[in-house]
Design a protein around this ligand. Structure first.
Ligand code: FES
Length: 162
């Protein structure tokens, strides 16, 4: 059975893929830029989207999954509007980074690597972000918060809560 991209009628949810496919010739060498554009469009890479991309490029779904899971830039689950990155590098760790991370988990009721149900926040850990003099450090989107401690967590989060 032909997939929907061959029938040239993507359902409404997949329609944004049309303009992405229009930008590239049908060649697997464009898989990564197509995935990047699709992730920009959807915020993550849902399975239906990956199926359409695989179909369009004459690849198997497992080949596409292989690429998506190889690169950490790609996400298979929805991501929060705000991405919190907690540094777990040595300087941050010895100055209490773990307590800050624990407080964030508690406040948001999620574990590291998870997203809140309301899709407001995703919590991640990262290696040294190059601001060791300010340890412990967290980033929320492009904002850096240095000399963090667990007591500051609620007020920092409040800047992003609706
Ligand atoms: S160890 Fe955290 S910023 Fe370097």
């Amino acid at each position: 059975m032909p997939c929907s991209c061959e029938e040239n009628k993507l359902d409404k949810y997949l329609e944004p893929l049309n303009k992405i496919f229009d930008k590239y010739t049908k060649d697997e060498k464009y898989l990564i830029p197509i995935l990047q554009d699709a992730q920009d469009e959807y915020g993550y890479l849902p399975e239906e989207v990956l199926k359409e991309i695989a179909c369009k490029l004459d690849l198997s779904l497992s080949q596409v999954f292989g690429v998506v899971t190889f690169y950490s830039q790609f996400h298979l689950e929805p991501r929060g509007e705000n991405i919190i990155r907690v540094c777990t590098g040595t300087a941050c760790h010895v100055r209490g980074g773990a307590e800050v991370l624990d407080q964030l988990k508690q406040e948001l009721n999620i574990d590291s690597g998870e997203t809140t149900e309301d899709l407001e926040f995703t919590l991640e850990t990262v290696a040294c972000i190059g601001a060791c003099g300010l340890a412990p450090v967290i980033m929320i989107n492009d904002d850096t918060y240095g000399r963090m401690n667990s007591k500051k967590v609620p007020e920092v989060l409040a800047n992003y809560q609706k």
